[in-house]
Design a protein around this ligand. Sequence first.
Ligand SMILES: *Cc1c(COP(=O)(O)O)cnc(C)c1O
Length: 405
Amino acid sequence: MPDDSARKGHGTPHGFFTRMSHAGRAGTRVHGFVNPPVVRGSTVLYPTCADRRAAAAKRFDQALTYGTQGGPNHHALEDVICEIEGGRRCQIVSTGLAAVTVPLLAFLKAGDHLLMPDSVYGPARSFADGMLARLGIETTYYDPCIDEAGIAALIRPNTRVVYTESPGSHTFEVQDIPAIARAAHARGAKVLMDNTWGIHHFQPFRHGVDVSIQALTKYVVGHSDVLLGAITVNTEEDWRTLRSAALQLGQYASPDDCWLALRGVRTMPVRLARQAATALEVASWLASRPEVLKVLYPALPGAPGHELWKRDFTGACSLFGVVFRPEFSVEDTWAFVDSLTLFGIGASWGGYESLALPTTGFITRTATSGDLGGPAVRLHIGLEDTADLIADLEAGLSVLRHHRG
Ligand SMILES: *Cc1c(COP(=O)(O)O)cnc(C)c1O
């Protein structure tokens, strides 16, 4: 039997590192071991038929009733994510993308209108243009740097959701979330936010967000070996809407994957701090290079969105963009990326290893020009030594210059 001696930590005044060491551990200790076992299961047995009937009423709670409703590993992870997001209720889903699609399906219906930032995560755009359009939901893309009056002017009587993602995918625009939320709420629309970049550095519910989305695949898991998503809300009404949709859609995540995410989250604060510190050093070094037009890293003083970031965020992760001077071609920047030895060429981020990915030619923009002033590359900074990463990038910049010829 689990005992309850592990402190939950939720809602305590403790610092973030302390809370990430203790959250989600109440009642999970088995045979005295620090970490809970993986609990796999579909069928849950009931002592009596009356118990079976009582269980049906518990689908909005962390009750053990059937596999799809979640088990101890899911519940522990839900508690940890609520702690990170500062929210009340969390649904764990199979991927970060499912954490995007499930709340869109939960809060929208045929005939509704959706506002999406032009810098939204690409597969979210595909979902809006594909599945949502097919279901009779119309999407308008807006400039992510829009102000309160601008978003208010785009809201129609049938606009039910204003979606946000800050900073934007690949182009890192910081959105004025409180202003967008004021305009949306004044007109009865819900504000959804993809908070994957901000993690605990952006507290969505203090800034007017109703539904916060995180791809746990990134820093929470942290080792590039598991896909997982979380959707967090702060009211019982939103929870009922969200939870009903997740259950109807059969959304589920493997308990083994939840267990790995719980393992990951214990070291996430220290990984994140180290990776962000390295990212800031690498970003400022790149910003000083003659080949670079600008660095798209909101945490970097002088970078686009820095002032808004300073107002609303308490820190940064280690993902940013580099825009090269326009005299370099896209092919020159590919030669730069190809030449790097410590940066893998691949999607996703938040793992312990550095990554590089071309931006120009791989992203869609329809509400804005998408012109960054030159070809761009996205970098994810891992746990490697700063000096080694800078030396690798310096050698890459020499390849870039010579490719140009
Ligand atoms: C990666 C990512 C997702 C999707 O996560 P997956 O687990 O890969 O499906 C969603 N939003 C953002 C901003 C992401 O970077």
